[in-house]
Write a protein that binds this ligand. Structure first.
Ligand code: NAD
Length: 729
């Protein structure tokens, strides 16, 4: 089996074509690297070869490194990783130097990259080592280095080359944020050299190869007198760039991402030394990141397991359930968003509300989002018309004839929902699957209104629908396998990430978020400085502090949920101390962000100004404050223990879903890889110790669940015991 093929034409131009068998996208493996190396050697050694074009046999160039290979590399320890990385550097450096004389820099053979489409990670690092990069004029193509998003950084020379090509300031968003560009903006930003009409890509590359001069092949950093654009770090201008960049990285990441720090270190130290030494510096920092438990947990959750779930790891066996026509009932905030993402994915949508005005308003939401995309040049007028053409806004249930999936998003009221279920079932065919987007009402209860409870399921979207990647699928007690398969096929069509959970109060995500916000509120009542609570959360990697999150969710919704929970739990209700704070805010009309007043103060335009100074009057700040780690443990443990209980109770059946769902659903400290990954990182024994301390000081909500104690006693971790398998329910 070969990943690359080699062909030499009559003009002496060799074409190396990357085309990994059985995959829709090329990914680089160690074997692939060795094969490419052999072909480069062959081209350089063959006197009949004038130059080389590196291209792809697929519509895209490459998706990146096979991260499973990186996971395997880690097994060998630091030296094995470092040697492996230096081996990659040697191949790319060989391409870059292309057989030229080391002193005169003459006599090399041109090696160019001709990219038909997307080129990510190693798929762009490899072209960076080539002498020129041609990209087909394909607006769907994405070029860039997204590694930082899965907890590593470009470690095959991409960091060192891009910094030297663009300078630290210009390269920063591409390295530090993993920003991707379409071909035209990649050209405008200096990431690539030429955008060429797709059908002329190889011809243009060949023309350049045959016309090349020695000087065209010498990279600026191999030339005498090279200066880094924007200035080296020891130059006053360059120095300021690095001070600013460091501050920016710390501001954005709060220092919790080892990859961001290691990247900055590789860039700074690398900029002080010659190119080949800089590659070693990059390799050393890359090795340390690969060995950091945060990067392995992030890769596992955000890449390997996320992809496995998207590919249907937990899909029951059932024939293809691709949705052709979707009915959305309720064109409010959620329904309008669901209609938009579905129509954008090519699905015909019937959007029903009780008045034509409301239905039209729901459809107009799509028009607004499409207009914004046009402004950002991500959409055309014709594309907008096509998407809008798929959405029929109506009050007429008869228009639902022929739909194969319903997503109901009307008011959160069981009576209204039951009424809608009956009306819809009278209008649709017997095979239609019916999903509710409820956020709090148990699916099993809602299914009582259905004549076909086995076809009734929960599909829980997060707000805003167009931006949130997670969809929680809820299996009611009677829900059948075909309904689950339908929900999963639908989520796949709209390119989001699904988790499948069993029916229980607040399902999975909301169940874990509420204790987090409650713990923050409880601390305010205890006299912990509110800004300390907020910053402690951010310093442990939560994107939003608990008090800000309550303001975003809205205080009145919090009260509604609290009342419903209290009614259900009676005397066992544990959150009266939290409610005292929330009700006091509500009494003063401080309903959160939408009221421009909550835990925070807002200006007239609704911009958050700072924590409300009235908080200190109502809940005086205690003279003695807890230490930072205790506050952080309280904020993390409340969420994590809820995730463990959800697993114990069989609400979660797969810890991969628990981890991926936590990061995508509510932003749970992504550096940790999710709640179960975090517990594995600190170890069950340490986790139990923390819980025992917190339980003694703050109450039984921190009592370690039996499962955690059992893992601690046996010295096991969650991934040891449950791995990628389903947990026993
Ligand atoms: P919303 O008030 O913005 O929209 C509800 C829409 O349903 C309104 O347009 C209303 O006119 C329409 N409607 C009400 N009764 C109807 C009927 N009998 N027939 C047809 N249309 C009817 O509410 P929302 O925020 O979009 O929430 C909708 C559902 O989604 C709720 O169940 C809610 O719990 C759930 N949900 C909300 C969020 C969120 O963040 N807002 C997140 C996840 C799930």
């Amino acid at each position: 089996m070969s990943d690359f093929t080699y062909a030499l034409d009559a003009d002496g131009v060799a074409t190396i074509t990357w085309d990994v068998a059985g995959k829709s996208m090329n990914v680089m493996s160690m074997a692939g690297f060795a094969e490419l190396d052999g072909m480069i050697d062959r081209a350089l050694a063959d006197g009949g070869v004038k130059g080389v074009i590196l291209t792809s046999g697929k519509k895209d160039f490459a998706g990146g490194m096979d991260l499973n290979v990186i996971a395997a590399m880690r097994e060998g320890g630091a030296q094995a990783i470092f040697d492996g990385v230096m081996g990659m550097h040697a191949i790319l450096r060989k391409i870059e130097r292309a057989g030229m004389d080391a002193k005169t820099l003459k006599g090399g053979k041109p090696i160019v990259a001709a990219l038909p489409g997307t080129a990510l990670g190693i798929g762009y690092e490899l072209p960076l080592a080539c002498h020129r990069i041609f990209v087909a004029d394909n607006p769907k193509a994405k070029i860039g280095l997204p590694e930082i998003q899965v907890g590593i950084f470009p470690g095959a020379g991409g960091t060192t080359r891009l910094i030297r090509k663009l300078g630290a300031l210009v390269a920063a968003p591409f390295l530090l944020e993993g920003k991707l560009s379409d071909p035209k903006s990649a050209k405008a930003n200096g990431l690539i050299d030429e955008v060429v009409a797709a059908d002329g890509l190889l011809a243009r590359a060949k023309e350049w190869v045959l016309a090349v001069k020695d000087a065209d092949l010498v990279k600026p950093w191999d030339d005498k007198g090279y200066k880094m654009p924007g200035g080296n770090p020891y130059h006053p201008a360059g120095y300021m760039t690095f001070v600013g960049a460091n501050a920016m990285v710390m501001g954005k990441t709060m220092g919790v991402y080892p990859a961001a720090k290691a990247l900055m270190q590789a860039v700074y130290e690398g900029a002080l030394v010659p190119f080949d030494v800089a590659l070693r510096v990059e390799a050393r920092n890359f090795t340390s990141v690969l060995l950091n438990p945060s990067s392995s947990a992030m890769i596992r959750s955000l890449f390997i397991n996320k992809e496995a779930l998207e590919k249907g790891a937990n899909r029951p066996a059932a024939p293809d359930q691709t949705v052709k026509k979707l009915g959305v009932i309720g064109a409010g905030m959620m329904g309008a968003g669901i209609a938009y993402v579905s129509a954008s994915a090519g699905i015909a949508v019937v959007l029903v509300d009780s008045t034509q005005e409301a239905a039209d308003r729901g459809r107009a939401h799509s028009a607004d989002l499409l207009d914004k995309a046009i402004q950002r040049r991500k959409m055309t007028e014709a594309g907008k018309a096509e998407v809008l053409g798929r959405i029929l806004a109506t009050t007429d249930y008869a228009a639902l004839a022929g739909v194969d999936l319903i997503v109901e998003a009307v008011f959160e009221d069981p009576k209204v929902k039951a009424d809608v279920t009956a009306k819809v079932e009278a209008a649709v065919g017997a095979d239609c699957i019916y999903a509710s987007n409820t956020s709090t009402l148990p699916i099993t209860g809602l299914a009582a209104a259905s004549a076909r409870p086995d076809q009734f399921i929960g599909i829980h979207f997060f707000s805003p629908v167009d931006r949130m990647a997670l969809v929680e699928i809820i299996r009611g007690r009677a829900t059948g396998d075909r309904a689950v398969a339908k929900a999963l096929d639908f989520v796949r069509q709209i390119r989001k990430t699904p988790i499948v959970v069993n029916d229980a109060r607040y399902f999975y995500a909301n169940r874990c978020i509420l204790p987090y916000t409650n713990e923050g509120i409880r601390m305010v009542a205890e006299g912990v400085e509110p800004i300390f609570v907020e910053n402690a959360a951010k310093l442990v990697g939560m994107p939003v502090g608990p008090l800000q999150l309550v303001d975003e969710i809205s205080i009145d919704l919090g009260i509604k949920i609290a009342k419903a929970t209290k009614a259900a739990l009676g005397a066992a209700y544990p959150d009266d101390d939290v409610d005292a704070v929330v009700f006091a805010l509500a009494d003063q009309g401080r309903m959160g962000r939408k009221a421009k007043a909550g835990f925070y103060s807002y200006d007239a335009a609704g911009k958050r100004e700072g924590l409300w100074d009235g908080l200190a009057k109502a809940w005086p700040v205690a003279a003695v404050q807890p230490d930072l780690v205790t506050v952080q443990h309280r904020l993390l443990m409340t969420q994590v223990l809820e995730a463990v209980r959800a697993l114990e109770e069989g609400v979660l059946t797969d810890i991969r879903e628990g981890d991926v769902g936590a990061i995508l659903g509510w932003g749970f400290a992504p550096w940790s890889g999710g709640p179960f990954s975090w517990l594995d990182m600190i170890g069950a024994a340490r986790a139990v110790e923390i819980c025992d301390g917190l339980a003694a000081a703050h109450g039984v909500r921190f009592a370690a669940p039996a499962l955690l104690r059992d893992l601690a006693a046996k010295g096991e971790g969650f991934y040891d015991r449950f791995g990628g398998r389903k947990a026993a329910a």
